[in-house]
Structure formats: structure tokens, C-alpha cells
Write a protein that binds this ligand. Structure first.
Ligand SMILES: Nc1nc2c(c(=O)[nH]1)N(C=O)[C@@H](CNc1ccc(C(=O)N[C@@H](CCC(=O)O)C(=O)O)cc1)CN2
Ligand SMILES: Nc1nc2c(ncn2[C@@H]2O[C@H](COP(=O)(O)OP(=O)(O)OP(=O)(O)O)[C@@H](O)[C@H]2O)c(=O)[nH]1
Ligand SMILES: [Mg+2]
Length: 481
């Protein structure tokens, strides 16, 4: 991490926010960052038990030592009355998360208590922090780059273990290092081009790279680095974005029963009356670490009931948009022509055929060769009694991951959507240069291309990025982060 300070934007104000959730919890934390952090807390804190020299009095600013904790009482700024007992933690700049002076107040939790303490801190001179402002300061003050800051948001929002692991990698600088490696190669090539352009006539440079060698490195080595980042990120995006699964089928086959079994809770109404489900139901589930949004839909059939027709229309819309369709059949009867047609129509999507209610039939006599012949994955289950559900989950997992090579590689480079778009733009720029008939003739042209890609790599790490772009990114954070 470089130590340089990029901006002096915030030196004049000190910010504060509640950093923990506003609900019942054991402990709550209020975070204060900026040059007045220490004096602001000095006004509203009395240290107890000789933690500071001035026992049972307001401490002098000079008494706080960095990275030490002090026990005492937090007071109301105006009345001087005790609000809560707390532990106060001071981190002297630049040895803090924001690289500014930071004081944290660890107090009891509870919405009212935390807000009373925050108000006392604000009355004592702090300004309320915007969403993500602490992390923005860590970025502006050079502790982390933009990709690491984005790793922090992703970690906070991670919907599953794998997504959290990927976010931790980003936070610790995977993307940053990957981009820096590409940039280093580009800067080397750029220097070669500049030298050639400058000394062309005097022919002083004999052992520099030739134009075709430079082109070759960009078209192969750099191009592959960019492509690898894009491909591996696509593979991993299922962990952060999740995938959608729609349960479909004719009425009464057991779709809602399956949703309930997958969620392990009675979220959907189940009854023997066909046409029970009218609306689309949505539930979050987790299939071997992959976040899945599961939709239960109205049974599809020909209906004259206007409300049912609306439900069936919604079901079709969900089916068209979903990543995987679980198409459910009833094991107690043979397949209808309508069901066969549905399967044929949707064969291009990822369809898993589910034969439900196997508890009701004699497995030996169950003849579903017809279904197996279709060539799609088939699961035999009892949604009601739970048979075959583990196998169904494995089948779904295989379907999700079937086109993914990199999924288990921990060192795979994983970008978020914003970063991936920039890598894609860089690939497009190289491709259109490759198509340019003049590209073999000019160091100037390749030098321009190199400049463009360097600028794009800078956008990933946030170097020289326009203020409005990173402002947008930090707004996605929660307050207190
Ligand atoms: N209470 C608390 N917990 C937290 C944070 C925090 O700010 N406060 N963090 C943030 O949200 C994360 C940790 N990140 C941090 C990063 C750097 C420093 C820091 O003080 N670094 C100094 C000193 C390091 C040392 O003593 O070795 C430095 O790097 O110079 C602290 C927290 C998660 N847990
Ligand atoms: N024996 C048995 N009965 C089941 C099974 N799954 C569902 N059922 C029964 O089948 C009936 C219909 O189940 P639902 O889950 O409501 O079916 P659905 O497909 O959601 O029906 P609609 O919402 O009307 O389209 C209920 O009486 C369930 O108890 C199963 O695996 N075995
Ligand atoms: Mg239903």
C-alpha cells in the first residue's frame, strides 16, 4: 500500500456514525474519524478506575494513548448526565482504518441508547457520516484501492460462504495485484514505443522490441490476461448474484409442496384442490453454497377463470426468465401431451424433469422410460415425504455448474460487474486495433492503444477516477462503514 495521501478533502471535518445494526444486540459501536475525534470524545467521556491520569474527570486530549482502550462513562454533551458506560478506543493517524485519528465508543446496544450517544458526539462537534464515508476516506487516504473497497461491500453483502471468500480475496488486493501486473507490462511496452518514436532516425536503439514483437505481446499475453479475468469472473458471478429456479407444471402435481420442502418451512399453501397457487411465490434457498431464488408458480393449464389466467401468464413469464426450470410430473399418472409439448418447447433452457409423488407408486412398476429417453436430467422425489430431495439438490448443483471450469480454483481472479465491464472494454479496444490495417506500421498507434488500456486499468483500481464515479460506488455501502 502506498502511503501517499491523494486528497485533502476531508481534513477539516470529523465524521461520526453508528457502526453496528440498530437492533437488540450485546454491544454497539459508534465510530468517529477525523482530526477532532479525540477532542470531541474528551468533552463527553469520563474515564474511571485511573484508566487515565485525571481519575473520574474528563480526560485531557493528551492523555489518550494510541491503540489503548479506556473504560468509563459517556455523558450527554449538554446536561453532563451519564448516558451509558462504555469502552473507548483511540487509534492515532495514520494507524487506523481511515488513516485519520479514529475514536470508537463501544457501548450497550439498542436503538435509543446508540442514538443518544451519537447525538452527544454530534453536539460535541462531529458531522454525521454519509453511507460508506469511512471506507471512502480509507480509499482517498491511500489505505486501499477501489477494488479493495468494493471487496468490503461484497463481503458485507455476501449471500454465501463462497461469495464471502471471493470478497475477502478482493479486499486483500487480488484484483489490485492482477491489474498492477498488467499495468507493469504495459508501461514497459509504452517505454519501448516512446524510445523508438524518439530515436527512430538516429537508430540508437538496437536491442529494443520491434513493432511486431510489441503487437505480439499485446495480442497474446495482455489479451489473455484480460480474457482470463473476464471468463473466471463470469464463472464466479453465480456466487454473488445467485441463480433463479422456477418450479412449473400442471395443477396439483406438488409444486408448492416442493417449495416448502426446499425452504424447510410451510411458506406456500398446499391443498388437494387443483389451482391452489395463483400468484408467483419467491423464496431464497441455498444449494451447496450457491444462493438460489426459487419461484413457485400457478399450475399451467387451459382455464376460463380470469384470475387463474393471470396467474398462468405470470408463471410463463417467470419460466422464460429463469436460469433453471424444474418441470414437475405426477408419478401416479402418465405424461400428458401438453407436458410433452412443454418439455420440447423449453429444451433449450436448462430443464430438470421432476417426477413427484413416488411414495404413492410401486417403484418397480414405475415406468418412466419415456421420461428418461428425453435426454434431460430427471429426479424422482416425494415432495411430501422428502425422498430424493438430496439427489435433486445435487442434480440442480450439477446443472448450475456444468459449464464452469474454474469454480473450485481459489486463486481464480474474480471481478465484480463494474470491473468486468472495464476488462471487456479493454478487450474490445485491442480487437478493433487488431482489425486496423494500419496497425503494423506505427509505434504511435500502438502507443495510443497502450495509453487507453493503462487508463482502463486505472479505472479498475480507482486511480485518477472521476469523483462522481467513486461517489456512486461508496453510496452502496451502509452507514457507519
Ligand atoms: N473496531 C473495529 N473493528 C474493525 C474495523 C474497525 O475499523 N474497527 N475494521 C474496519 O472497518 C476492520 C479492520 N480493519 C482495520 C484496518 C486497519 C486498522 C489499523 O488500525 N491499522 C493500523 C495499525 C495496524 C497495527 O496495529 O498493526 C495500520 O495499518 O497502521 C484497523 C482496522 C474490521 N474490524
Ligand atoms: N403422496 C404425496 N402427495 C403429495 C406429494 N406432493 C404433493 N402431494 C399432494 O398433492 C396435492 C397438491 O399439492 P400442491 O403442492 O398444492 O400442488 P401444486 O402443484 O402446488 O398445485 P397448484 O398450486 O394447484 O398448481 C396436495 O394434496 C399434496 O399434499 C407427494 O410427494 N406425495
Ligand atoms: Mg401450488
Amino acid at each position: 500500500m502506498d502511503g501517499k495521501k491523494k486528497y485533502n478533502l476531508y481534513e477539516s471535518n470529523t465524521i461520526a456514525a453508528i457502526a453496528t445494526p440498530l437492533g437488540p444486540a450485546g454491544i454497539g459501536v459508534i465510530r468517529i474519524s477525523g482530526s477532532d475525534a479525540k477532542s470531541i470524545v474528551t468533552n463527553i467521556f469520563i474515564a474511571k478506575n485511573s484508566a487515565l491520569n485525571s481519575k473520574d474527570t474528563r480526560p485531557s486530549i493528551f492523555e489518550f494513548k494510541s491503540h489503548q482502550v479506556y473504560y468509563g462513562n459517556i455523558l450527554d454533551y449538554h446536561t453532563g448526565k451519564i448516558i451509558d458506560e462504555a469502552i473507548v478506543f483511540y487509534m492515532k493517524r495514520p494507524n487506523s482504518f481511515t488513516r485519520e485519528d479514529v475514536v470508537e465508543i463501544q457501548c450497550h446496544s439498542g436503538i435509543v441508547n446508540l442514538n443518544r450517544i451519537l447525538n452527544s458526539v454530534l453536539d460535541s462537534g462531529a458531522k454525521i457520516a454519509e453511507a460508506g464515508e469511512f471506507t471512502k476516506r480509507a480509499f482517498l487516504n491511500g489505505r486501499i484501492d477501489l477494488s479493495q473497497a468494493e471487496g468490503i461491500i461484497d463481503l458485507i453483502n455476501a449471500p454465501c460462504k463462497k461469495a464471502a471468500e471471493i470478497a475477502t480475496n478482493q479486499m486483500s488486493g487480488h484484483i489490485k495485484q492482477y491489474v498492477e501486473k498488467i499495468k507493469k507490462k504495459l508501461i514497459h511496452l509504452k517505454a519501448q514505443c516512446e524510445a523508438k518514436i524518439e530515436f527512430e532516425e538516429s537508430a540508437e536503439l538496437e536491442n529494443g522490441l520491434s513493432l511486431s514483437e510489441i503487437n505480439h505481446i499485446i495480442f497474446n499475453n495482455i489479451f489473455n490476461d484480460l480474457k482470463t479475468a473476464i471468463q473466471q469472473s463470469k464463472d464466479h458471478s453465480i456466487y454473488s448474484q445467485g441463480i433463479s429456479i422456477t418450479i412449473a407444471g400442471i395443477p396439483n402435481v406438488g409444486k408448492s409442496s416442493l417449495l416448502n420442502t426446499l425452504v424447510e418451512s410451510d411458506v406456500a399453501i398446499v391443498s388437494e384442490v387443483p389451482g391452489t397457487t395463483r400468484d408467483v411465490l419467491k423464496e431464497n434457498i441455498n444449494i451447496y453454497g450457491i444462493p438460489v431464488i426459487a419461484f413457485d408458480t400457478a399450475g399451467i393449464h387451459h382455464s376460463d377463470d380470469p384470475i387463474e389466467i393471470m396467474g398462468i401468464k405470470k408463471a410463463h413469464q417467470k419460466i422464460e426468465k429463469s436460469d433453471i426450470i424444474l418441470f414437475m410430473l405426477d408419478a401416479t399418472r402418465s405424461m400428458l401431451a401438453f407436458e410433452k409439448d412443454f418439455i420440447i418447447q423449453h429444451k433449450c433452457q436448462n430443464v430438470i424433469i421432476i417426477v413427484n409423488k413416488i411414495d404413492k407408486i410401486d417403484r418397480e412398476r414405475c415406468n418412466f422410460n419415456e421420461v428418461k429417453k428425453i435426454g434431460l436430467p430427471v429426479s424422482f422425489i416425494s415432495a411430501k415425504h422428502g425422498n430424493g430431495i438430496k439427489e435433486l439438490k445435487s442434480t440442480i448443483y450439477d446443472e448450475i455448474t456444468k459449464n464452469i471450469d474454474q469454480i473450485h480454483k481459489n486463486d481464480a481472479i474474480t471481478t465484480n460487474f463494474r470491473q468486468r465491464k472495464i476488462f471487456e472494454k479493454a478487450v474490445e479496444n485491442i480487437q478493433s486495433y487488431m482489425k486496423d490495417p494500419n496497425q503494423n506500421e506505427s509505434y504511435e498507434l500502438i502507443s495510443e492503444l497502450i495509453d487507453i488500456i493503462i487508463k482502463e486499468m486505472d479505472d479498475i483500481t480507482g486511480d485518477n477516477l472521476a469523483i462522481d464515479i467513486y461517489e456512486e460506488i461508496f453510496k452502496q455501502f451502509c452507514i457507519g462503514k
